[in-house]
Design a binder for this molecule. Structure first.
Ligand code: GLA
Length: 331
């Protein structure tokens, strides 16, 4: 029997920058997905506590896109990418809210890949799982979620440079709380909005070059006002991410919090991935005494907000602890 745990993640800052080669700062969290798996046979058969139907896939996957239900398609895509020589039977359970911006799907992908016996570096694991998500659901996602789940470091967030895929651990201050509060709006990325945002960033990069290297002055060369706003968010957000890391290093939590709140405003006004429900939640929490910063986390369109606050200032939601990355044990 093999037991695998793969964490979800909360992104502290650096949103919608990964697929433009920018900077992100996710933190692997104590909530995640567990797979218990008994290898054998030539079929992968997984049941889930959260899904009425099992995922059943031959190890020689015929057609990932044809698999139903949606979670089975994700499992099939991971099987196809790992290419295991044996299948097996097992069960999946998660402590993550599903579809809430805390990377329930990436943690499932990483856990299944390890349960199937994947061997390789954390980056190879993350890249494999990113390909699986694209293959299963057609979501042109970046590398952030899978790499945070695969490479998390206890007590730390990861500053990932999505041009080189290098990940530097950044210590999380113990004197503050980091929480996720659910807006109650669940969402899926399989619709067109995520792909549209990515396409706009690519359009901008075709005019001014890689957004990672662009300066605010370059933005004036983009005529289309919508494309220009999308690019403005990405350029400013990578700068905010670096400033946030510097603020953490300097113990300046109030400055760090302000950068988070600015990030939310930019995601709302320039990138337009917030919703009235998320904005109302952010405004309410921002007015709570002891809250230093609050912003939507993950792709947006619903899901959770992330809060940085003084110890105990917010009592709702999940108090998140920085966790190790994915691990597998033989039992
Ligand atoms: C989703 C994607 C990530 C990233 C975020 C937005 O979580 O999977 O790659 O693009 O949205 O920052």
């Amino acid at each position: 029997m093999r037991r695998v745990f793969a964490p979800g993640r909360v992104n502290l800052i650096g949103e919608h920058t990964d697929y433009s080669g920018g900077l992100v700062l996710p933190m692997a969290i104590q909530l995640g997905t567990t797979v218990e798996f008994e290898p054998g046979g030539d079929i992968v058969h997984l049941v889930s506590a959260d899904e009425p139907l099992p995922a059943v896939t031959p190890i020689e996957v015929a057609d990932v896109a044809a698999d139903e239900p949606a979670w089975a398609r994700l499992v099939a895509a991971v099987v196809a990418e790992v290419g295991p020589s044996v299948g097996g039977q097992g069960s999946v359970s998660t402590t993550l809210p599903i579809g809430a911006g805390l990377s329930s799907s990436a943690s499932l992908e990483v856990a299944v890949a390890l349960a199937l016996g994947f061997e390789g570096s954390a980056l190879e694991l993350a890249l494999l799982c990113q390909r699986a998500e694209r293959r299963a659901w057609g979501v042109p996602c970046g590398i952030m979620d899978q790499l945070a789940s695969a490479a998390g470091a206890a007590g730390h967030a990861l500053l990932i440079d999505c041009t080189t895929n290098s990940a530097i651990p950044v210590a999380i201050p113990e004197e503050a709380d980091i929480l996720a509060v659910h807006s109650g709006q669940t969402r899926t990325l399989a619709g067109s909005a995520y792909a549209d945002r990515r396409a706009a960033c690519e359009q901008a990069a075709a005019i001014i070059g890689p957004l990672r290297d662009a300066s605010p002055a370059d933005l004036a060369r983009i005529d289309d006002p919508v494309v220009r706003s999308r690019a403005r968010h990405v350029v400013n957000e990578s700068a905010r991410t670096l400033a946030f890391v510097e603020a953490l290093h300097g113990g300046e939590l109030e400055s760090a919090g302000r950068l988070m709140t600015e990030s939310h405003a930019s995601l709302r006004d320039d990138f337009e991935v917030s919703t009235p429900i998320l904005d109302a939640l952010v405004d309410r929490l921002a007015q709570t005494s002891g809250v230093l910063g609050v912003r939507l986390t993950g792709a947006g369109f619903g899901g959770c907000v992330v809060v940085l606050c003084e110890r105990g200032a917010v009592t709702e939601g999940w108090r998140l602890m920085p966790s190790d990355g994915a691990n597998a044990e033989e039992m």
